[in-house]
Design a protein around this ligand. Structure first.
Ligand code: C2E
Ligand code: MG
Ligand code: MG
Ligand code: MG
Length: 287
């Protein structure tokens, strides 16, 4: 009986695998079509000053809503775009779109735009040329663009590749483009990456956001405090992600974290909605 059960499990397992593979193939084809038809859009989530409430930056977040279907989350379609190589043209489009929108926001409000980039994009020989060309064409100062990279991006890269990516980021930074380390704390060796990567901003992952009343609040608070202090002593800017309640915002402000983003301030919004937010929210200082 035990032997049979094992066999059945194996059958189930392989059919699950086959189904997952078919779903993946289906999604890859659908994504390719969506790109061709221009069905991808960008949302923007404000990054706010925790003291004044002013919007300082906006993070561009990709959205894919196939007509008549429920939206497919980036956590599902970005990996597919990466594996198929589609992330290279998609990422170029994201930069184009974000810089076009940012040109307006930067001129009127001094707002910088932050764009997520995949390791696959950074490994393209002409990545830094492309970024600088897009900025120039949209008349956007380099300072108005922030690129978000993650530690996990560097997993499974050879030391030579890491050196090449670092050189690429260094070149962009010399031109004034800033680099943010996204999801900080969730990688395997956050501290060693922080030492070797050229970075201007640390984004504390939302899993570290202390929620008052939760069992692990004190531990989370201690971690967050340490990250905020480390970041400040390295002369970096810090953004806390995933702020959902006023209590969380208060804790982060108390810990000296200058900037935050999260549903409390605004969910990711359309470019048009952000135009409205920027008109209604008072702002004082440039990004
Ligand atoms: P991320 O860069 O860490 O983006 C933050 C994610 O947290 C976004 O999820 C955002 O909608 C979500 N979020 C914002 N505020 C809150 C909050 O208060 N609570 C919670 N629970 N979540 C919040 P989203 O839009 O689903 O994106 C997921 C990930 O997909 C991003 O994580 C990023 O890694 C990737 N991604 C999105 N757009 C792009 C893109 O254009 N290029 C690349 N390469 N990756 C992208
Ligand atoms: Mg991000
Ligand atoms: Mg993040
Ligand atoms: Mg992420």
């Amino acid at each position: 009986a035990a032997k049979n059960a094992g066999k059945n499990q194996l059958v189930l397992f392989t059919s699950d695998l086959r189904e997952a593979r078919m779903e993946r193939t289906r999604l890859t084809a659908a994504l390719r079509q969506a790109v061709r038809r221009g069905e991808l859009t960008l949302n923007y989530q404000p990054v706010v000053d925790l003291v004044t409430g002013d919007i300082r930056k906006a993070e561009a977040l990709l959205r894919w809503s196939p007509p008549g279907e429920r939206p497919i989350p980036p956590d599902v379609f970005i990996p597919i775009a990466e594996e198929s190589g589609m992330i290279v043209p998609i990422g170029r489009w994201v930069l184009e779109r974000a810089c076009a929108d940012a040109a307006r926001w930067y001129a009127r409000h001094g707002i910088a735009v932050t764009v997520n980039v995949s390791g696959r994009q950074l490994r393209e020989e002409d990545f830094s040329d492309m970024v600088l060309e897009i900025l120039a064409r949209h008349g956007l100062p380099e300072r108005a663009l922030i690129l978000e990279i993650t530690e996990s991006m560097l997993l499974a890269t050879t030391p030579a590749e890491v050196r090449r990516i670092t050189a690429c980021l260094d070149r962009l930074r010399r031109h004034g483009v800033r680099i943010a380390l996204d999801d900080f704390g969730t990688g395997y060796s956050s501290l060693s990456y922080l030492r070797s990567l050229p970075v201007d901003i640390i984004k504390i992952d939302k899993s570290f956001t202390p929620a008052p009343g939760h069992a692990e609040h004190d531990t989370m608070r201690a971690f967050t405090k340490a990250i905020v202090e480390l970041s400040a002593s390295l002369g970096l800017e810090t953004i806390a992600e995933g702020i959902e309640t006023p209590e969380q915002a208060a804790v982060l402000q108390q810990l000296g974290c200058p900037l935050a983003q999260g549903y409390l301030f605004s969910p990711p919004a359309t470019a048009q909605q952000l135009d409205g937010l920027l008109r209604s929210v008072p702002w004082r200082q440039a990004a």
